[in-house]
Design a protein around this ligand. Structure first.
Ligand code: AMP
Length: 430
């Protein structure tokens, strides 16, 4: 199978060749001809499957064939849950569309809205945006949605997790009825199905396994430990097992900052990405990690979602995720492209319900291996995968209280949980 045989035009093939893409991935093989033919799509695919090129290539081709966007208009709208993903998807679109005359732009919260308004005046063929900022721009008449020909919802499940359901409904209501809609989601829950209901026309359903066909290539285990000794255990394992670069997931922004401070105190190059850090700082941290200058990147789920970090030998869950599905996203960062990987979860007694939820999702218990010298005083209770014990959600909190709250609950470009509404969209921390 070649990209040419899928019907892609020469300028795109040229870009793909320069990027070294030789064969289309399964999702690309299925999605590209369907999107070129104008069909709607419901695709179950995670990061790592090549889904971005799966929609970006045919959408760019379709855009290159029509008239350019008029003032304040956009022709294709790609909605994504996070700023990082917006940047990343936009960067891919620019690469793929290098030899096409299709204008692209990314708009997201956390940075000043004015340059975005200025840029939109000239019209943009393909806009990648987070839902909150898109609506801010729309409400301020910086962009019109009535000329949108294609809507892409990327990581739709995550957008719903972040509380963007209302924003998505508002966007749908403002879009023309006659349009192409492509929906990508890692999971297809009831909520996703109801979001799609009546909004997609005879969609082609595509389901592909992640490129790493996850679980098998990854050795996963849990290390029972007392909560207060987690940092000490992490430092011990890092040294004892001679780990190189590690991506570490924590639950809260505060927890991320604390761990990084402890690592830095030991002269370990560590940085963090979480929703309270300005976009530029997050991007810098990510770039330094990718360049190998930072050994330990500490991330919250929201900030890390969708970012393209490949082939890490170890991913550590310093805290278990509140949402069990995030476990799959987290560990997908290791063991990619056939490489073997390890996903280690440091689990304390309080986290037993979260562990149960993960094991239920995995349909198997996580093996437990105590680390000698770190045996917990508070035993982690036996888990019962399959039991319907949903972990309790923490109470909603005010964004700036400094309290330890999960990163997906406040701030960022996501809704303030306490109000059930999106945050102001104003730049944060600047
Ligand atoms: P995605 O699932 O869209 O996040 O893509 C994951 C990674 O795979 C990105 O780094 C892409 O550049 C890369 N990629 C996507 N399609 C191909 C392909 N056909 N051949 C090689 N690499 C690809």
């Amino acid at each position: 199978m070649t990209f040419a045989s899928l019907g892609l035009a020469a300028p795109l093939l040229q870009a793909l060749e320069a990027l070294g893409y030789q064969t289309p991935t399964p999702i690309q093989t299925q999605a590209i001809p369907a999107v070129l033919a104008g069909r709607d799509l419901m695709a179950a695919a995670q990061t790592g499957t090549g889904k971005t090129a799966g929609f970006a290539l045919p959408v760019l081709q379709r855009l290159s064939e029509g008239e350019k966007a008029g003032s304040n208009s956009i022709r294709a709208l790609v909605l994504v849950p996070t700023r990082e993903l917006a940047e990343q998807v936009h960067a891919s679109c620019r690469q793929y569309g290098e030899h096409l005359s299709v204008s692209t732009y990314a708009a997201y919260g956390g940075v000043s809205i004015n340059p975005q308004m200025m840029r939109l005046r000239r019209g943009v063929d393909l806009l990648v945006a987070t839902p909150g900022r898109l609506l801010d721009l729309f409400r301020q008449n910086a962009l019109k949605l009535k000329h949108v020909e294609v809507l892409v919802l990327d990581e739709a499940d995550r957008m719903l997790d972040l509380g963007f359901a209302q924003e998505l409904s508002t966007v749908f209501a403002a879009l023309p009825k006659l349009r192409q809609t492509l929906l990508f989601s890692a999971t297809f829950s009831e909520e996703i199905r109801s979001l799609a209901k009546g909004r997609l026309r005879d969609p082609l359903s595509i389901e592909v396994a992640p490129r790493n066909s996850t679980v098998k290539a990854i050795k996963q285990w849990a290390v029972p430990v007392d909560k207060k000794r987690k940092s000490e255990l992490f430092l011990f394992m890092l040294k004892d097992r001679k780990w190189g670069q590690v991506l570490v997931f924590v639950k809260t922004k505060k927890g991320a900052d604390e761990l990084v401070a402890r690592l830095q105190a030991k002269k370990i190059a560590a940085d963090t990405i979480h929703g309270d850090r300005p976009q530029a700082a997050r991007q810098r941290a990510l770039d330094s990690f990718k360049a190998g200058e930072v050994q330990i990147l500490v991330a919250t789920d929201v900030a890390a979602r969708g970012i393209d970090i490949d082939d890490l030998p170890q991913v550590v869950n310093f805290d278990l995720p509140i949402v069990a599905e995030d476990y799959i996203h987290r560990i997908g960062r290791t063991g990619r492209a056939g490489a073997s990987g390890e996903a280690i979860s440091l689990v304390c007694a309080d986290e037993a319900p979260l562990l149960t939820a993960i094991e239920t999702l995995l349909k198997q218990p996580l093996e437990r291996e105590e680390e000698p010298g770190f045996e917990p005083e508070h035993r982690v209770p036996a888990t019962a995968p399959g039991a319907k014990a949903k972990p309790k959600k923490p109470k909603a909190v005010g964004g700036r209280s400094g309290k330890s709250v999960p990163d997906n609950w406040v701030g960022f470009d996501a809704p303030a949980a306490s109000k059930g509404r999106r945050s102001s969209g104003k730049p944060r921390g600047r």
